[in-house]
Design a protein around this ligand. Structure first.
Ligand SMILES: Cc1cc2nc3c(=O)[nH]c(=O)nc-3n(C[C@H](O)[C@H](O)[C@H](O)COP(=O)(O)O)c2cc1C
Length: 385
């Protein structure tokens, strides 16, 4: 009996130690075959919370190898060791910046954060489209609010070795004058954020996307740019606008015209947020849930949108390309279309931390095999200005 107990202890202990080591090391096959199939069985929001917990407690080894030189990018005076960032919405409350940086992201965007704490929509509010490698979410800006998030970002921003940190600003559901919330965000985070994002494109806050209409946008950005310019800080943070993919050509042109004007000139555009459209070839059961769709079904919609904005702005405003990036090739296509940096969320939810290292490895190979020494050289090469 004693022998049997010893055998069981050794087997269970050994397996747990092996699994722990594979998770810690970010072993690609182990994540694909064991970790991710396990997380798919969980409710998606629970799985999201677990992933944030793991990142918060740095349950993954720091990437030891430096990023290849070809991936280094300088933008807005900031040095990015690689162009692959984490998109907003994963670390909404800024709890896990360090762990995410260790995973290998070149930058981490936290939020969206609203001035006052708010719960967001009722659960269930995230859905996995397994057959389509997509997600639908209608979180509705669940945020602990400026004060709580500020404390965490400040702590991170003071660290010697840290990620480039973007702060994505949202508005409270019940605020009648949207500009007030964005201006408050600029004042609160302007000193500690590496860049700020005006998010007017989440589909889950009533009326938010209406702020992309020409007159409203011009009024909003003018006020936010003014607030940013009036900050008494040593370096003014770059201001980016995050837009939706569901825009007509006319609406895109209007947005480009607005952001090119002096008084509402933004430093960058993030293209794009989730889509409210539902491509006809979606297969998953929950495809008709309300909310924003992300991941593979958004990939080409987003790349086309990047190309449009690169052309409409004549390449004068740097673009962060986001939507369905799951491989080096996906990232490369967005760069050729006009993106100077890329971000991802959904492929991280489906494949876990190893996806970051794989994308960087593949992107480095693709760039070199196409004769590019750097990301900057490839930006916009499939687009006509
Ligand atoms: C669950 C979830 C929550 C999100 N929350 C936010 C958010 O709070 N603010 C925001 O600007 N974008 C948010 N997004 C959009 C992502 O930042 C990104 O623009 C979009 O998912 C497309 O990228 P992907 O296909 O790589 O996921 C969210 C996306 C998902 C899947």
């Amino acid at each position: 009996m004693k022998q049997l107990t010893a055998m069981v202890t050794i087997t269970v202990g050994g397996t747990a130690a092996f699994a722990g080591l594979c998770i810690w090391n970010g072993n690609e096959n182990f994540y694909r075959d064991y970790v991710m199939p396990f997380t798919k069985r969980l409710d998606p929001e629970t799985s999201h919370r677990l992933a944030v917990f793991a990142m918060k407690h740095c349950l993954i080894r720091k990437q030891l190898k430096p990023d290849p030189e070809s991936l280094a990018t300088k933008l807005w005076g900031l040095n990015f060791s690689n162009p692959v960032g984490l998109a907003a919405g994963f670390d909404k409350q800024a709890e896990a910046i360090q762990g995410l940086h260790r995973t290998g992201f070149g930058f981490v965007e936290i939020g969206s954060v609203t001035p006052e704490p708010q719960e967001g929509n009722t659960s269930p509010r995230v859905f996995r489209l397994n057959e389509d490698a997509g997600l639908i979410n209608r979180y509705g800006f669940n945020s602990e609010g400026h004060e709580a998030v500020y404390g965490r970002v400040k702590l991170e921003s003071e660290k010697q070795e840290r990620a480039v940190i973007g702060v994505n600003l949202g508005k409270n559901k019940l605020t009648p004058v949207a500009a007030e919330d964005y201006v408050a965000g600029v004042k609160k985070f302007g000193e500690i954020a590496d860049y700020l994002v005006i998010n007017v494109s989440s589909p889950n806050t009533p009326g938010l996307r209406g702020l992309q209409q020409k007159a409203e946008l011009e009024n909003l950005i003018t006020l936010v740019v003014e607030a940013r310019n009036n900050l008494s800080v040593s370096k003014l943070p770059p201001l980016l606008l995050k837009i939706a993919p569901d825009l007509s050509q006319e609406e895109k042109k209007d947005i480009a015209d607005v952001v090119l004007k002096d008084k509402c000139r933004v430093d960058g555009i993030i293209v794009c947020n989730t889509t409210i459209s539902r491509p006809s070839d979606l297969k998953s059961e929950c495809k008709s849930e309300a909310g924003g769709l992300s991941g593979q079904p958004l990939k080409d919609i987003s790349t086309r949108c990047i190309r449009d904005f690169y052309r409409l702005t004549g390449g004068r405003i740097p673009i962060i390309g986001v939507g369905g990036v799951a491989s080096g090739q996906d990232a490369y296509e967005k760069i050729l279309a006009g993106a100077s940096l890329v971000q991802l969320y959904t492929s991280f939810a489906f494949q876990g931390p190893p996806v970051v290292r794989r994308i960087k490895r593949e992107l480095d190979e693709i760039l070199r095999s196409n004769g590019y020494q750097s990301i900057a050289e490839a930006v916009g090469k499939s687009s006509t200005k």
